[in-house]
Design a protein around this ligand. Structure first.
Ligand code: CO8
Length: 258
């Protein structure tokens, strides 16, 4: 377990990393200190060779957005020179799968970080939104882009221009969330899925993630070719033989990452 001022990180023997945003008295508002520590923690996750990252928030929020108290007096020059935003993108660039476990508020930058996760599990009482418009700003770490890709222009415009909050069920109906579960089961559900994924062949998992992400970036024909090439490539590894042999032998597979 690593203790930061604004986060905790634990990497288990199951090679699942659990990163918890931990400023509960400020509803885990995303400060610049948290951003620095977040990038250090992601480096630690990579060094520990974790297979899956679960990201959650302590207390009654995942994160209620950027730290407004810290941001209020920033000037244009400070914002552009210091680049307070782009480091959060490191989450989206991780090669391992990431699962957001959202309890309570995921607002503004918190919603944007949630959307960077590959899978998103939400408690029934979770709420999502991009309320920046009411502060005289707009989303700044991907909200206008990722939300629009996921829910489409009419819904994205509604959420971003009115700043209204939606509950977990609506987020699920819009395709923003993978699963809605009882509030007290969010983290357990995310950890269970993470352990399941961590037990599969890491090359197959990486291939699957890369291929799905490619769907947003390219034409269908290029995406299909990319998928086919990865599919062929997996036959170069022992894990493919093991997975199929285990199925035919009616036993669990023992993947070795070979
Ligand atoms: N920043 C700083 N402090 C916050 C934030 C925040 N975003 N959200 C809540 N807090 C603090 C409150 O000030 C309060 O502190 P205190 O107890 O010292 O008064 C404490 O957390 C608890 O909050 P509330 O008393 O307001 O709790 P409620 O249950 O009444 O309300 C809400 C909860 C609805 C979540 C409410 O706190 C709220 O509306 N928060 C602000 C949400 C918001 O506008 N978020 C967008 C911020 S802007 C943004 O995210 C820009 C994104 C692009 C850049 C991202 C880079 C990181």
């Amino acid at each position: 377990m690593s203790e930061y001022d604004t986060l905790t990180l634990a990497v288990g023997d199951d090679r699942v990393a659990l990163l918890t945003l931990n400023r509960p008295t400020a509803l885990n508002a995303l400060s610049s200190q948290m951003m620095r520590e977040f990038t250090e923690a992601l480096d630690e996750v990579t060094r520990a060779d974790a297979r899956v990252l679960v990201l959650t928030g302590a207390g009654r929020a995942f994160a209620a957005g950027a730290d407004i108290a810290e941001m209020r007096d920033r000037t244009f020059g400070e914002m552009t020179d210091a680049d307070h935003l782009s480091a959060w993108e490191r989450l989206a660039a991780l090669r391992i799968p990431t699962i957001g476990a959202v309890n309570g508020f995921a607002l503004g930058g918190g919603c944007e970080i949630a959307m960077m996760c590959d899978l998103l599990f939400a408690g029934e009482g979770a709420s999502f939104g991009q309320p920046e418009i009411a502060l005289g700003i707009i989303p700044g770490i991907g909200g206008t882009q990722r939300l629009t890709r996921v829910v489409g222009k009419p819904q994205a415009m509604d959420l971003i221009l009115t700043g209204r909050r939606i509950d977990a069920d609506e987020a699920f109906r819009l395709g923003l969330v993978s699963r809605v579960v009882p509030d007290d089961e969010v983290l357990d559900s995310a950890m269970t899925a993470a352990r399941q994924i961590a037990g599969f062949s890491s090359r197959a998992v990486r291939a699957a993630k890369e291929c799905v992400l490619r769907a947003d970036q390219t034409s269908l024909s290029e995406g299909l070719l990319f998928e086919r090439r990865w599919f062929h490539s997996l036959f170069a590894f022992a894990d493919q033989t093991e997975g199929m042999t285990a199925f035919l032998d009616k036993r669990p597979a023992r993947f070795s990452d070979d």
